[in-house]
Ligand binder design. Structure first.
Ligand SMILES: *Cc1c(COP(=O)(O)O)cnc(C)c1O
Length: 361
């Protein structure tokens, strides 16, 4: 039985995409070769990576000042690489600390520049998105994490550069868990990075969208320089061919579905259904601050007085093929990740189970 996969990452992929990908493992189109066998220098792969590039450009309305790259090393390498490319020694880099991933980004940047935490929600275990005040220091860049996968919070509005006194500061954003989930203005950002395995494809590639004129540091170890990969069009060394192929298929699927406005609408519908169920329940409660709730990762828990229902709820979920809803070990409770490829039917099933458990009390 196909499971309802609510995992945070690697996560659910579209079924039609999986079918095409599985076919290509045996033979890619009519090439007589498996996608796993083709050369990354072949015309076949050139077509795939070009398509993937164009689709990202089209779906996110990306102008010519930006380059799109497919690299390896995950978002985790980008914590270091982004700092390395966007600052010079002794620069000051601003960070908004909204959870585990932001903290990891800060730890890496500390090896390169002077980090300044301009806002943090650590005081309340990262259950909200902090407001930014006017920043007096001149920053080389400001780093944000648009969606906090573990805590279930998300920036619904990005800080106004004018209000925080950083009109000309570069903005770097880790969008690993909400890229391509909603519409946003690309022009606000100078560098975006996102591991593919949350909302785009299988693990193995990381998508980088970078405004090439904003790169400050060019004299770097070859592999760690964005300029290298820009010049070589992501083919400096062997790229993860299969991962990029499945990303391309997913991007095609998003486009066929109606692009980001449609995806945005469906994602909000799914999130609303789940949050309404939580809010109307007498046994469950949400974890994140309501105004900052994520439309991708929904965190909730059983109320203290209903803790004893835990094993019952877990086993009903298991019986119905619902997997991946356990909260991250750092916050406990539950986390339902409802990425693009998760059907609304799966969300309906989960909410029906939650309502049913409530009604049977
Ligand atoms: C998962 C995740 C990461 C880590 O990604 P890797 O590709 O495993 O390095 C970083 N940031 C965010 C927001 C994430 O959700």
């Amino acid at each position: 039985m196909k499971k309802h996969n609510f995992s945070a990452g690697p996560s659910v992929l579209n079924q039609a995409v999986l079918q095409k990908a599985s076919k290509a493992v045996i033979e890619l189109d009519d090439t007589g070769l498996s996608i796993l066998e083709i050369s990354h220098r072949s015309q076949y792969f050139n077509h795939i990576i070009t398509q993937a590039n164009l689709l990202i450009r089209e779906l996110l309305n990306i102008t010519a000042e930006y380059e799109i790259l497919f690299l390896q090393g995950g978002a985790s390498l980008q914590f270091y690489m982004s700092a390395l490319n966007f600052t010079k020694t002794n620069g000051t880099c601003g960070y908004v600390d909204t959870g585990t991933w932001s903290s990891k980004a800060i730890n890496e940047a500390e090896k390169i520049c002077n980090t300044l935490i301009v806002a943090s929600s650590k005081d309340k275990n990262y259950t909200y998105i902090p407001k930014l005040n006017f920043i007096n220091s001149k920053l080389d860049y400001l780093h944000l994490t648009s969606n906090n996968t573990i805590y279930g919070t998300q920036f619904h509005q990005f800080p106004s550069k004018i209000d925080i006194g950083q009109q000309n500061t570069n903005i770097i954003c880790d969008m690993s868990s909400d890229i391509l989930s909603r519409k946003f203005d690309i022009n606000y950002f100078d560098l975006i990075y996102a591991g593919a395995q949350k909302n785009i494809g299988p693990a193995g590639t990381t998508i980088i969208i970078v405004k090439k004129d904003k790169i400050k540091n060019k004299n770097l170890p070859t592999y760690l320089s964005y300029s290298t990969h820009i010049n070589k069009k992501s083919l400096f060394n062997t790229p993860p061919v299969f991962s990029i192929y499945v990303c391309m298929l997913t991007l095609q699927w998003i486009k066929e579905k109606g692009g980001l406005s449609k995806i945005d609408e469906i994602n909000r519908k799914k999130a609303k259904l789940l949050y309404n169920t939580i809010d109307q329940s007498s046994i469950f409660q949400g974890i994140a601050n309501k105004a900052d709730r994520s439309i991708m990762n929904v965190t909730f828990k059983l109320k203290e007085e209903y803790k004893q229902l835990e094993s019952k709820f877990n086993s009903i979920c298991m019986e119905h093929g619902i997997v991946g809803i356990n909260g991250h070990r750092s916050i406990g409770g539950y986390r339902a990740s409802i990425y693009n490829a998760l059907n609304i039917e799966s969300v309906k099933l989960l909410t029906d189970i939650m309502k049913d458990l409530n009604n049977k009390l």
